[in-house]
Design a protein around this ligand. Structure first.
Ligand code: HEM
Length: 266
């Protein structure tokens, strides 16, 4: 038994001779308490007897098995571990797979190299094929110009003039047409319409209906200036060009003045 122990210790000292700066220390340490206090096996008592024997017998096999349960075999000297060489110092996915396949199969009886001893392959992102890369869509001159225009059009509404505030005012049922109370819808000619083109008194016609847009000016998400472009004239085309999805009939129902009728000079 002590013969086997001596053999192991001599192997370890051989490791120390070949000592490499990156080599991991023997574990447990050669002079560790763990090694010193290892559990005694039955075979320890017959040590001398075993030393004398040249042939393998039952008790020696058991002793070896016991010993291997207590101590791990020492790691191989670093110089004997085949190291993976990476071409150019970096590896892409294809070269990693290729090098893994090219690993020599270990001979039976050889200790596989420790994971810690293997060099980590460096990942080279430039190896990834172009189409698989995640990339933001390229900015074209057209999209950036459109974005810039949209940014300019954004209007900061004053506090208390949001679309919600307009909905609240509208739902209050208040008549915002500016017509005298109780009057029937008016019949308005283009000539008359033109006379209502100031911020304080702005009318427009959309789809043949005339609205007083003055109350809505400060609530308009596109701003006062844009809305004023249709004051005193037919705003249908401009409105549809900008946002034909907006339901003006519902939005301006309280501002309804009357119907556009033919008449006057166009
Ligand atoms: C009386 C007629 C109009 C009403 C009731 C009205 C109403 C609205 C509404 C509800 C929005 C918000 C739409 C949305 O977010 O999808 C809006 C946005 C806008 N409106 Fe009008 N609009 C009118 C006339 C006009 C006119 C004549 C112009 C300009 C020529 C105009 C220019 C804009 C612009 C540029 C926006 C976009 C604002 C933004 O996204 O920040 N609108 N309008």
């Amino acid at each position: 038994m002590s013969f086997l122990l001596r053999k192991i210790l001599s192997l370890n000292s051989a490791v120390e001779v070949d000592h490499d700066e990156d080599a991991a220390p023997a574990f447990p340490a050669l002079d560790s308490a763990q090694r010193a206090n290892r559990p005694q096996t039955e075979s320890d008592e017959n040590d001398e007897e075993h030393n004398e024997r040249s042939t393998v017998d039952e008790s020696l096999v058991t002793a070896t098995a016991d010993l291997s349960r207590v101590y791990m075999p020492p790691p191989p000297p670093p110089s004997s571990v085949p190291r993976r060489q990476s071409a150019g110092g970096s590896m892409g996915p294809a070269s990693i797979v290729a090098s893994a396949r090219a690993q020599p199969t270990l001979q039976s009886g050889t200790t596989p190299p420790s994971v810690l001893e293997r060099p980590l392959p460096k990942f080279n992102f430039s190896d990834i094929a172009e189409p698989t890369r995640l990339a933001a869509p390229p900015k074209t001159a057209q999209t950036t110009a459109a974005q810039a225009r949209r940014r300019r059009e954004k209007v900061a509404l004053e506090p208390g003039f949001s679309q919600l505030d307009w909905a609240t005012l509208k739902n209050s049922g208040k008549d915002l047409s500016g017509r005298a109370q109780g009057l029937q819808p008016m019949q308005i000619t283009l000539e008359e319409l033109r006379m209502h083109s100031t911020k304080e008194d702005a009318w427009t016609t959309l789809g043949g209906k005339v609205y007083n847009i003055s109350p809505y000016l400060r609530y308009h998400p596109g701003g006062v200036k844009e809305l004023m472009r249709c004051a005193g004239r037919d705003g249908t085309r401009l409105f549809n060009l900008t946002h034909m999805w907006v339901n003006y009939e519902r939005l301006l129902s309280n501002c309804f003045v009357g119907y556009l009728v033919p008449g006057g000079s166009s």
